[in-house]
Design a protein around this ligand. Sequence first.
Ligand SMILES: C[S@@+](CC[C@H](N)C(=O)[O-])C[C@H]1O[C@@H](n2cnc3c(N)ncnc32)[C@H](O)[C@@H]1O
Length: 285
Amino acid sequence: MRTDVTNATNETGHAPSNPSQAMLRIAEDYERWFVPPIGTPSARRVVDAARIDAGDRVLDLACGTGVAARLAAEHAGPTGSVVGVDANPAMVEVADRAAPELEWHTGVAEDLPFDEASFDVVVCSLGFQFFADKPAALSEIARVLASDGRVALGTPGPTPPLMVAIDGALADHVGPEASGFVHAVFSVHDREQVTGLLGAAGFVDVETDARPLPLRVPPPAEFFWQYVHSTPLAMLAAGLDDDARAALERDVVERCRPFVDGDGAVMEPNLLVATARRRREAGQP
Ligand SMILES: C[S@@+](CC[C@H](N)C(=O)[O-])C[C@H]1O[C@@H](n2cnc3c(N)ncnc32)[C@H](O)[C@@H]1O
């Protein structure tokens, strides 16, 4: 049965009445609808690339609702520790509800609320592309990593055809701000760019792995509204009346027809995973 997610309403049928409730609703929808088909397979690739050992102290940077942290905890085990940090307190609240046994903080990548050398591994899945000051974020990652610590960054792009179709409908029916969000999501996918940034921040042994990530998502109309309501697009779509929503949905369905496969749709974004090591300091083990 199709879940009706075309309106940003809560279980009582009312739209959230204040911005922090709206943010919380988006974070809950992110965990419910985005994480299973997209967030989890992406995070799994990033966490696997980080080669986390039992006992490692791991930071999940831009943790969102914490999917990478939860996967990392399986590798770090009971002798390790996992901390998640995200700029959005609503995401952090949902992460804490999902895994209260892990440690969660609100904070920005460019000014991390942790002491030097607090972690052995930093993972960041689907977050690095949003950082306004990437050199500052990488310098902070280097600061909080122990000597010889590892980082793994996963960013998707270029924009896969299904999302190009959705982006076109958003641009026509919602406006350039909505389209701009989709562009930001897929904006960092150039190996040289990421390698250069890591090298400039003093990281060594930089390696990249860029491969398609086969994803199966719900049929276009359902996937579209789930995506909208799991992201800041929900705020922009909230301004549309019923007729405008219906016209937008019809256009999405038409544009996404080539990607329908059985009872769902297929999307195969490329995922760039970059790994690197903080330079070992003289005299440190
Ligand atoms: C697409 S979500 C990815 C979340 C999670 N890593 C996952 O894989 O599901 C991007 C996250 O980056 C966070 N974010 C964006 N800019 C940030 C910044 N400068 N510092 C910390 N978090 C940031 C957002 O709040 C959001 O939760």
